[in-house]
Ligand binder design. Structure first.
Ligand SMILES: NC(=O)c1ccc[n+]([C@@H]2O[C@H](COP(=O)([O-])OP(=O)(O)OC[C@H]3O[C@@H](n4cnc5c(N)ncnc54)[C@H](O)[C@@H]3O)[C@@H](O)[C@H]2O)c1
Length: 253
């Protein structure tokens, strides 16, 4: 059993389909979890089973520098210096390349790439300023190096996130800061489940793309986070933990 007592963990996108399950799992394993999302506190409280002192909520737009800095400062004061900061918030846009709107492209990059950089940078500054150490976890996706139709900007954002992760890992290893990524597959939650349910063509394509044969249980993503947040991952930096049911093993379409 993984024990996360004495860990303070920050996770963005915490009120989303995956984030709510991950935040609850980390809390159940003993961590103090700071759940961050752009949603209002009321909206977040409806999604998350908040537990004061164990699972608390901060409204934060990860693309906004002061918002990230203020949230991290307040978290350090109230829960203690974060041990792990998970840059998990992300958007997906689905459209064929010839119809993809450039403003939607900018918005997606703003959240998926800039938002992750801004929050990770704020965490790094806080750790370095106080002499603390910590780990960054970036949520990428199996599509970061396996093109999938109609989500090319999303796949590019995740490839960029992978490069960010490796850059943070390389530059900061000597100062006690690690960075890793978790790359899920096609999860039975949120954006993928909605598309699976509403789009027969997508369902047909996705159903042959998963070697293990079924949509990915969201709990498998939460388990990967539990491992990566624990001391069991202490010697890992610059790594991608791929948990995708084999999607990335071969081209399926
Ligand atoms: N669902 C999947 O199949 C799947 C697969 C691989 C990777 N992922 C990744 O997992 C993460 C979560 O996906 P999900 O399916 O739970 O999506 P989701 O849309 O359910 O959740 C995303 C959350 O991010 C929040 N958010 C959006 N912009 C924000 C911002 N600027 N600041 C703070 N929060 C913001 C949203 O309010 C939402 O609660 C994403 O990074 C996604 O790319 C999902």
């Amino acid at each position: 059993m993984i024990n996360l007592e004495h860990k303070t963990i920050v996770i963005t996108g915490a009120a989303g389909a995956l984030g709510t399950v991950i935040a609850k799992h980390l809390t159940d394993l003993g961590a103090r979890v700071a759940a961050l999302d752009i949603l209002t506190p009321d909206e977040a409280a409806a999604a998350l089973d908040l537990q004061p002192g164990r699972l608390d909520y901060w409204q934060c737009d990860t693309a906004d520098i002061p918002s990230c800095q203020e949230a991290l400062k307040d978290i350090a004061a109230r829960l203690g210096m974060p041990d792990v900061v998970c840059c998990h918030a992300g958007l997906v846009g689905v459209a064929p390349i010839e119809g993809y709107d450039a403003d939607d492209f900018d918005r997606l990059m703003q959240v998926n790439l800039r938002g992750a950089f801004v929050l990770a940078q704020a965490a790094v500054k806080q750790w370095l300023d106080t002499g603390a150490t910590g780990q960054l976890i970036f949520t990428t996706s199996w599509v970061h190096d396996h093109p999938w139709p109609e989500i090319t900007p999303y796949a590019a954002s995740k490839a960029g996130l992978n490069a960010l992760m490796r850059g943070f890992a390389r530059e900061l290893a000597g100062r006690g800061i690690r960075a890793n990524a978790i790359a899920p597959g096609i999860v039975a939650a949120g954006m993928a489940l909605k598309t699976w349910n509403e789009n027969a063509e997508y369902r047909a394509r996705a159903s042959v793309a998963i070697p293990l044969g079924e949509l990915q249980p969201v709990e498998s993503v939460a388990n990967a986070f539990a491992f990566m947040c624990s001391d069991l991952s202490a010697y890992m930096t610059g790594s991608v933990l791929t948990v995708d049911g084999g999607c990335s093993l071969y081209p399926n379409i």
